[in-house]
Design a protein around this ligand. Sequence first.
Ligand SMILES: [Zn+2]
Length: 219
Amino acid sequence: MRNFFNPLLDLIYPKRCPGCHLPSISICDSCKSFWQKPPIRIKLSQSNISVISVADYRKEVRSVLLAYKENGEREAGKVLTEALIKARLGFSNYSFCTFVPIPSNPKSVRRRGRDFMLDLCNKVANQSGDEVISILEVNRDVRDQTKLDEKQRSQNLVGAFDCTSKYLDLAAPVILVDDLLTTGASMREAQRALRQRGVIPIGAITAAHTALFWGREGG
Ligand SMILES: [Zn+2]
């Protein structure tokens, strides 16, 4: 009988921590601690945008990001949603904002069968009371950013995002949203694409960040 119900139980109670993959009904305390730090504010170089982000990138954090991105794991989604809500509090002087997700490569969206950033933004907005408008799209074939260094990442993305023409009458302040901040190339490109249409984001939030290429503002 237990075997019969196992697939169902797996849906409700994942058996492994999405961070370290050790047996656990949810994210384990050790992996959870990486997401419980106060968010930091990062000032992107070559840009005036401030990014508020929660977790330092490390193996266990990467696993959670991948578990949601590639497999839509519910527990991982919960962790990322909570992290982004915490980051959103950094813009608490704005009671209602428009989240604009950083777009994924269309090839990746097709492969995954979903746009994970849009899904994640919707989860966050449901709880924070903000709105989500997906107005950025990747306009050409871009290489997988994970295999590129900082300079190549920037070059890979120059002019790669377009702002779609449908929703340019934005009443609420815009916050860019991404899962991970690495070199900031995606953020800068998103900012450029929006600025071309007269939209100036007030900032950005990410669930996690690597801290190699910029100075932190702290806080
Ligand atoms: Zn764990």
